[in-house]
Design a protein around this ligand. Structure first.
Ligand code: GLN
Ligand code: ZN
Length: 746
């Protein structure tokens, strides 16, 4: 066996203080020019390479930087620029593709596999003509080289690129473009070799999903072609986010030098590799340090995985399971975190150190790890009360069937047919944000803060009464974010100060860390909801974030099944529901916009997921009285495989995003046996446009052909927090009028 070395598959690019965000946003605002933007980004790249080299990492990646998104970079690199951007060039064309320009819509954005990163979807069709633009990877390689650092350019692999694309014409499959795309990649590899590159990384995360025979044939063809080139760098095909199943033998037989496998999200890859008899004459990059979560690695476990792998490869490289793009940069910046928790965490920098240490341990002996480094730090002690209550509760279902509830609620709430409501948040004005910031900084005291929020609630309630909405909301002025707000109030969660992770482009999120048993020390929404209810005779809808969304948008402990953690969050929410109900709140919405997001990549894993996800929602809501109307909300209208789960949630009312075709959605729901209340968002809150009465009236008339008036709800398609009052007032007024017109003509 050769000497063991180390690498990572990618690194955060936003900078320690989100420098990339500020620089791009200032560029967009016209405050800095392209040259200054380029200077800032160059220094961010330099910092990363220096840091990785100083940490002692052997293989340093390059081209992991992106001004916006690596898939968009690939689209530019292969010249697959949609026609509508033809008039533009350079960085402005790049940003136009990302964000749209005057009259030119951007590329569609969607989730990068099962992460919270979003990429820009390539648009490919029969008329796509690729043309190589090798500028970026070659330039970045050259930049690093000028610093005296040899790097491995990282590229999106040709198969994944095509599988991530959408077809611009029905009946056309982007995979048909493989031969043409391979020509471009072949030329690129030649260029890179000419520039002195000795190894490139081709990312093929698509292999962690279910793949057809045609996909696998394309995989074989791609790497036979690229591997067969004579003048090329060494090829590392990187897979991550799970087991690669049938793709493994194909890759093992391909003419590439190295393969990266994820042994964290895909522990079964070890066994699969062993059954195959290992990789002959190939390097294995073993992803044993988790690139997706924030926990310190169990180094002894990682070492024993490496030990079982060393017999299965010619050459072993210790690495991360995937790019470190998905974790925050630097734990040492988090001075406010509890010491015990800090000791359990590793962000990107600390993960690099773990990889380097593992490499040393494998070369020099396990002693280098020391006792402290090898110890697995346990989660804080269990909350026995929470565990006992959950054990006793079972499914926690106490409600009557929906038909019974429907009648009881009609009586209790007295709502008209086509009842109108909103999704929860009202515009977060500068004043609302300032009050929260001032409280945090200690500029104002708690009493002043409460007073200012109550005044805001007064305004929001008065507005809704004036508009004639039927079910009111308090407007959520106290919430910075629908997950973080609850994470700050629940035990078992911690929040970070600088733990930013790129979500898309310049947008970063700071996911809370769910580190221990979850419990609710005191009510979280009760005072705001009851205050709002005290100001009106109409029902005020209580507003909670559901257990699945709380997990999906946090870093979650990995020492117990997600299902168990979800039940703990659900119990805390269930207690909140009980308190709200006891205080006279008669309608409660539990948002689950992330229900579809956590859906496993492989079909075979989905049923188990949906079963615990639905159970957690029902545990949270299943203790409500029949008279209490439970709503839920999701930010999409194409349910696909979760369509059955929507009914299984057993909420009384579900509101969804404005559907391109409401009728189809309603038909799908009916076909799936959904007979509960439904609020197909009648206008799109993502745009400032004020929809007319007539267009919403039309949408409602159509919907009322397939949904009984008592079950049809009238609402916008999401919360209003990003909008301004000027358009919100007009839009809601039109919406209420549209509902009134349809109602009176029933
Ligand atoms: N209740 C939340 C709001 O109105 C829901 C947000 C969401 O669905 N993402 O803002
Ligand atoms: Zn929404």
């Amino acid at each position: 066996m050769h000497k063991v070395t180390t690498t990572i598959l990618g690194y955060p690019r936003i900078g320690p203080r989100r420098e990339l965000k500020w620089a791009t946003e200032r560029y967009w605002a016209g405050e800095i020019d392209a040259a200054e933007l380029a200077r800032t980004t160059a220094s961010l790249r330099t910092e990363v390479w220096r840091e990785l080299s100083e940490a002692g990492l052997d293989g340093i990646p390059s081209n992991t930087f992106s001004l916006y998104d690596q898939v968009l970079d690939t689209t530019v690199m292969v010249g697959a620029i949609p026609e509508r951007f033809a008039g533009l060039t350079g960085v402005d064309r790049y940003f136009a593709m990302a964000r749209g320009a005057e009259g030119v819509p951007p590329l569609e954005m969607t989730k990068w596999f099962d992460t919270n990163y979003h990429y820009l979807v390539p648009e490919l069709g029969p008329h796509t003509r690729f043309r190589l633009d090798f500028g970026k990877p070659v330039a970045e390689y050259g930049e690093a080289r000028a610093l005296g650092l040899e790097t491995r350019p990282v590229l999106v692999g040709p198969l994944s690129y095509l599988l991530l694309a959408k077809s611009t014409e029905p009946g056309f499959s982007p995979l048909d473009l493989l031969p043409a795309l391979l020509d471009v990649y072949a030329e690129l590899l030649e260029r890179l070799a000419g520039a002195g590159v000795t190894e490139v990384q081709l990312d093929e995360p698509a292999l962690a999903g279910d793949r057809t025979g045609a996909d696998l044939a394309a995989l074989r063809r791609a790497y036979d072609t690229l591997g067969g080139l004579t003048n090329r760098p060494r090829l590392l095909v990187a897979t991550y986010f799970g087991e690669i199943g049938e793709a493994l033998p194909v890759l093992a037989a391909a003419k590439v030098e190295s393969i990266a496998l994820d042994f964290v999200a895909g522990p079964g890859n070890v066994h699969a590799l062993a059954s195959l008899g290992g990789l002959k004459d190939k390097t294995l990059v073993a992803g044993v340090v988790d690139g997706r979560n924030v926990w310190r690695a169990d180094l002894s476990r990682a070492l024993s995985t490496c030990a079982s792998l060393s017999g299965l490869t010619d050459r072993l490289v210790v690495g991360t399971s995937c790019s470190l793009l998905h974790v925050p940069l630097d734990l040492s910046a988090e001075t406010g975190l509890d010491g015990g928790l800090r000791g359990r965490l590793a962000f990107a920098r600390e993960k690099v150190a773990e990889v380097v240490l593992l490499g040393r341990a494998l070369r020099e002996g396990h002693e280098v790890i020391g006792t402290e480094g090898g110890a697995v730090l346990a989660a804080p002690p269990a909350n026995e009360r929470v565990r006992a209550r959950l054990a006793e509760l079972g499914t926690g279902e106490t409600r009557s069937p929906h038909a019974v509830r429907l009648a009881v609620q009609k009586e209790a709430l007295g709502l008209p047919p086509l009842a109108s409501t909103t999704i929860g948040s009202f515009p977060q004005t500068p004043e609302v944000r300032r009050a929260r910031a001032d409280l945090r900084k200690g500029v104002i005291g708690h009493d002043t803060y409460v007073k200012s929020n109550r005044e805001e609630i007064d305004r929001v309630i008065a507005l809704q009464e004036r508009l004639g909405l039927d079910v009111l909301v308090h407007g959520e002025p106290e919430r910075n974010d629908m997950v973080q707000y609850f994470a700050e109030l629940l035990d078992g969660f911690a929040v970070t100060e600088f733990g930013w992770v790129q979500s898309y482009g310049s947008r970063c999120v700071r996911p809370p860390i769910l580190f221990g048993d979850v419990s609710r020390p005191e009510p979280m929404t009760l005072p705001w909801a009851t205050y709002a209810q005290s100001r009106t005779g109409k029902p005020v809808k209580g507003m909670l974030t559901g257990p699945v969304t709380m997990l999906a948008w946090s870093f979650v402990r990995d020492d117990q099944p997600l299902a168990d953690t979800a039940r703990q969050v659900a119990l805390a929410l269930r207690d909140e529901v009980t308190d709200l109900e006891a205080a006279g709140i008669r309608v409660i919405q539990v948002d689950e916009p992330a229900l579809r997001e956590l859906l496993p990549l492989r079909r075979g894993d989905r049923e188990a997921y949906l079963s615990w996800a639905v159970a957690a929602f029902r545990l949270a809501t299943g203790g409500a009285a029949d008279t209490t109307q439970i709503h839920t909300h999701m930010c999409y209208s194409e349910f696909g495989e979760i369509i059955g789960a929507i009914g299984d949630l057993d909420a009384d009312v579900t509101s969804v995003e404005a559907a391109r075709s409401h009728l189809e959605l309603l038909d799908d729901l009916r076909a799936a046996g959904y007979g509960r209340g439904i609020g197909p968002g009648v206008y799109d809150i993502h745009s400032p446009r004020v929809p007319s009465v007539e267009e919403m009236e039309r949408a409602l008339r159509k919907a009322s052909e397939s949904v009984a008036p008592a079950l049809l709800w009238v609402n916008p398609d999401c919360g209003l927090k990003t909008r301004g009052y000027a358009e919100v007032e007009k839009s809601l007024a039109n919406m209420v009028e549209a509902a009134r017109r349809v109602r009176t003509s029933l």
